[in-house]
Design a protein around this ligand. Structure first.
Ligand code: ADP
Length: 327
């Protein structure tokens, strides 16, 4: 049984061959496995966690490719589903001059959107120590109901629930539904991991501490807020502790998936330390700093190579990176 279960979309990322160009200018694209929840499972698995990914892909070569790559990265793919009516979702991504990804999605609908609650293996999910999901699968039914049902099963089973509200404006009907949908996902979660931009979008405030406390007010279940800040590192806040943890200086090549590497690493650390849902809000600042430093290292290493999954570090790689940077 896996310790970490991540549910949501697995997609093909088509990444522009050139850096620093728009999608209009890109001359071609290279295929890479992607989808934030799948990346989180792969990130945690590469660090040694028993992690599973639950999601639907098309019964097509891209879906088979994704399953194969996740499996090669140690992810339990036994509960992945292959849909014969819809294709695997695609995301075309170019990295602008600022190394910020620019996205264009193909999903009309894609297989990931068709996962339904009746297809879930309840026993498998109930055994998880941590359950992670994002906001893309909350955009429409039936994947919304499937995500909510799975989170509830995991919560009833005592898992730490972790949520990454990803802001992908073009996938929602309008800004209002994006905001409401991302907020609805907060309900019942213990950990929220998001970027500064997403925090400001959801809460309407720009201060990190203020925004984090607003999230805890919006959803009383929220015990820990992790804000990833690219080259500025991370900010954490619980009801009793908060702090900034600086990033590691690296030469970034592709920041796609850095946040997922961060989250996979944070969950890996939380479980390695034997922390469970009831302990989260008792964690001291020093321990949260250590967890964020480890996650920052995973995020930093993930930016040094192209692609989201291919660049994820192993536990060994991460430890030797930390040893060199800290001592
Ligand atoms: P997301 O992929 O969700 O936008 P970020 O880009 O904030 O997430 O990256 C997640 C984490 O990865 C950051 O908190 C940081 O620790 C690390 N990271 C990202 N970009 C850089 C960078 N340019 N230099 C060093 N670390 C980085």
């Amino acid at each position: 049984m896996p310790d970490i279960v991540s549910l949501g979309e697995a997609l093909i990322d088509f990444i522009a061959l050139e850096s620093g160009v728009s999608l209009i200018e890109a001359s071609g694209f290279r295929k890479a496995p992607g989808g934030a929840p799948a990346n989180v499972a792969a990130g945690a698995s590469k660090l040694g966690s028993a992690a599973a990914f639950i999601g639907k892909v098309g019964d097509d070569p891209f879906g088979r490719f994704l399953e194969q790559v996740f499996r090669e990265h140690g992810v339990d793919t036994s509960r992945m589903l292959f849909d014969s009516t819809a294709r695997t979702g695609l995301a075309f991504i170019s990295l602008t001059a600022e190394h910020v990804p620019d996205f264009l999605f193909y999903r009309n609908p894609s297989a990931d959107m068709l996962l339904s609650a009746s297809e879930l293996d309840r026993e498998f999910i109930a055994g998880a120590k941590a359950f992670h999901y994002g906001s893309i699968s909350l955009i429409s039914e039936p994947s919304k109901g499937a995500t909510e049902a799975a989170a509830e099963i995991a919560r009833d089973g005592g898992a730490i629930i972790s949520y990454d509200p990803n802001l992908r404006r073009s996938l929602w009907k309008d800004e209002k539904s994006a905001k409401e949908g991302m907020i609805s996902g907060l309900s019942g979660t213990d950990i929220v991991k998001l970027s500064e931009e997403e925090l400001a979008f959801i809460t309407g405030v720009s201060g990190l501490a203020e925004g984090a406390h607003m999230l805890m007010k919006l959803a009383p279940s929220v015990q820990l807020v992790l804000v990833t800040r690219g080259g500025d590192g991370a900010f954490f806040a619980s009801r009793r502790a908060s702090g900034h943890v600086p990033a590691f200086a690296v030469e970034p090549v592709d920041t796609t998936g850095a946040g997922d590497a961060f989250m996979g690493a944070a969950l890996n650390q939380i479980l390695r330390r034997g922390i469970n849902a009831a302990d989260l809000d008792k964690l001291k600042a020093a321990e949260l700093e250590e967890i964020c430093m480890f996650a920052n290292a995973a995020g930093a290493l993930a930016t040094t190579k192209r692609g989201a999954i291919t660049s994820l570090p192993t536990y060994q790689e991460l430890q030797s990176f930390l040893a060199k940077r800290i001592h």
